[in-house]
Design a binder for this molecule. Structure first.
Ligand code: COA
Length: 125
């Protein structure tokens, strides 16, 4: 079940990535039996969306949870485009984004401490 998360302790105990709120971002959680097993941290910046981070607990991977988290924002906002940066070696995540029609639009040299990142974008079709 998808649910907006306001208590950051819930997500900040799941992975090394730490979320903090600012005026733009929101967190969507994926819950199984009231336990959070994955989340999407994203920003709504006027007519653009940005994916800041997506994470699913190892045991629950490959069950379409990340796909459903991203599909929610794709289907529930009016936006010009959605962008994100991803480590060029993160094949799982790149495949996930490609499956949801994100395209690689630029390479960001050294974006991840010596490793390049891709800028990926999904435009309204
Ligand atoms: C990337 C991540 C969020 C995917 O979560 P998930 O719930 O397992 O993904 P889904 O089950 O929704 O998979 C959807 C698609 O993603 C791709 N994918 C997911 N896991 C993959 C893997 N192990 N190998 C290759 N492709 C993979 C596939 O295209 C998959 O579609 P398919 O099952 O039809 O082949 C998860 O592996 C994770 O939390 N990784 C660590 C955090 C991370 O790297 N986040 C991205 C930061 S930019």
């Amino acid at each position: 079940m998808l649910k907006e998360v306001n208590d950051l302790d819930l997500v900040n105990n799941l992975s090394d990535y730490k979320v903090s709120f600012n005026q733009f971002n929101k967190v969507l959680g994926f819950f199984i039996d009231d336990t959070i097993v994955g989340f999407l941290d994203y920003s709504v910046i006027y007519d653009r969306l940005e994916v800041n981070y997506i994470f699913v607990k190892e045991k629950y991977r490959r069950q379409n949870i990340a796909y459903r988290l991203l599909s929610y924002i794709i289907n529930n906002y009016d936006y010009e485009n959605i962008t994100l940066e991803v480590n060029i070696n993160n094949i799982k995540a790149i495949n996930l984004y490609k499956k949801l029609d994100f395209k690689i639009v630029a390479t960001r040299p050294n974006y991840y401490n010596g490793v390049d990142g891709y800028l990926m974008e999904r435009r309204v079709s």
